[in-house]
Design a protein around this ligand. Structure first.
Ligand code: NAD
Length: 407
């Protein structure tokens, strides 16, 4: 059904099923010393309405509850009109570290005096990106005077990398312009590397959940909205909570980033650095009650994902996942990721602020325990049910039940 919806070929379907996905030869081309291929579950989150369009969201994740929680949250947002998203132009930051300078401020001026020539040089080695409509956009200079190794000038090259994540593209441009910067400043260049704090390339998502949708057996809609807003503020003011709150957001985002063959360490680094931008680590989302008493949420974070380059087209399942998602550009993918982050955050906060996370989680956890104890087929559900009824979800008990029930 999913295959039909997204018009996937039999090969693409096989790649997603894991039967025809990444093979050992391809893996050997991707990394060094490859000895095999490591599988993870690939699920599809449903109910997503983003800017008026329906999406199915491919997710690669090993943790139970993530896909179900997100699908449920997306349904709640859908009741309020779905997610509204936006994003910046896909501009990445590359950094050049210049040392041994007599005066960092004079050096900064010398770099800016050659801004046009330096941007043109960066474009020269990036002709394919320029062809696709990207290219060097600006230079910034950041003198840092007081460091343990003396003053340094950090030069930022801002480059639009269009549908690529852009790491290789920008690193190539940096290496090319570094000698020109040495010439202009009389200094010595040390590092030339992109920054994962891609704060010129942010994606945003927002949405509303009608309060009635949040009513539970024990809480009115109003009370649930208030409890979720309070939970959100907890993460805004306390880094200990923010770390876990943002981890929950990344449960969803990483799963999509991995499914589409993107670099999830880059996305993680960018998200957490951005969360600490004020000097105090805080939440990536904001939650509040609107004038009608409904719940509103907002997320903004750097989102350097690509739909070309890296593993996106090399890994057969990543290509199929991108097709399933149906995104046309890196910006659209970034916006989907932002919506997923906001949805995943709602799923976690709603569970925590209303019924507690364990109730929903325990059944899935019990399934993993039952499988680990050797149950298969029908036996899994019987062992799970017995453990839940006994309120005793432990591996030893699962092993006993498997033995008893297989007699
Ligand atoms: P890439 O090197 O494959 O370059 C993308 C290529 O796609 C470009 O050369 C361009 O010609 C082509 N292309 C085709 N259509 C395009 C379009 N519409 N828009 C833009 N380009 C188009 O990929 P990349 O994105 O430069 O690099 C990503 C890889 O770099 C990832 O695998 C990442 O893990 C890795 N990396 C990351 C870091 C970091 O995050 N710190 C550092 C180094 C490398």
């Amino acid at each position: 059904m999913v295959g039909q919806w997204a018009n996937l070929t039999p090969e693409e379907q096989a790649a997603l099923l894991g039967v025809g996905g990444l093979n050992a030869v391809q893996a050997d081309h991707m990394i060094e010393n490859a000895i095999g291929v490591y599988g993870l579950p690939l699920g599809v989150a449903t109910n997503f309405l983003i800017n008026g369009r329906d999406y199915l969201i491919p997710m690669v994740v090993e943790e139970p509850s993530v896909v179900a929680g997100l699908s449920n949250a997306a349904r709640l947002f859908r009741e309020g009109g779905g997610f509204i998203t936006s994003s910046d132009e896909p501009v990445m930051i590359g950094q050049i570290q210049v040392l041994d300078l007599a005066d960092v401020y004079v050096a900064a001026g010398a770099v800016m005096a050659q801004r046009q020539q330096l941007l043109a040089e960066a474009d020269k080695v990036s002709s394919s990106i320029v062809q696709y409509g990207g290219g060097a956009r600006d230079l910034q200079v950041r003198p840092i005077v007081d460091t343990p190794v003396g003053p340094m000038l950090i030069v930022h090259l801002l480059m639009d990398t269009r549908d690529a994540m852009g790491a290789n593209t920008i690193n190539t441009a940096l290496e090319h312009i570094a000698p020109f910067i040495e010439q202009a400043t009389g200094g010595r260049v040390n590092l030339r590397i992109l920054s994962n704090l891609a704060d010129h390339r942010k994606a945003r998502a927002e949405g509303t959940i009608p309060k009635a949708e949040l009513t539970t057996d024990k809480l009115s809609g109003e009370d649930a909205v208030q409890a979720i807003v309070e939970a959100g503020v907890f993460a805004e003011v306390d880094p200990y909570r923010a770390a876990t709150h943002n981890k929950g957001i990344m449960n969803g985002i990483d799963a999509v980033v991995i499914a589409t063959g993107n670099d999830w360490r880059a996305i993680e680094a960018g998200a957490h650095a951005f969360a600490a931008r004020s000097g105090r680590y805080t939440s990536l989302t904001e939650w509040w009650q609107d004038d009608d008493g409904n719940l509103q949420g907002y997320i903004e974070l750097p989102m350097a994902v690509g739909t070309v380059g890296g593993a996106t087209r090399v890994h057969p399942a990543a290509g199929a996942a991108l097709k399933l998602l149906g995104v046309e550009s890196a910006r659209e993918l970034a916006e989907v990721c932002a919506a997923v982050g906001l949805g995943q955050n709602l799923a976690a906060m709603r569970a925590l602020a209303t019924e507690g996370i364990q109730r929903g989680h325990m059944r899935l956890h019990a399934r993993q325990i039952a499988v680990a104890a050797g149950a298969s087929g029908d036996l899994i559900n019987r062992v799970v049910q017995a453990m839940i009824t006994e309120n005793n979800i432990r591996l030893e008990r699962a092993r006993q039940l498997v033995q008893e029930m297989s007699k």
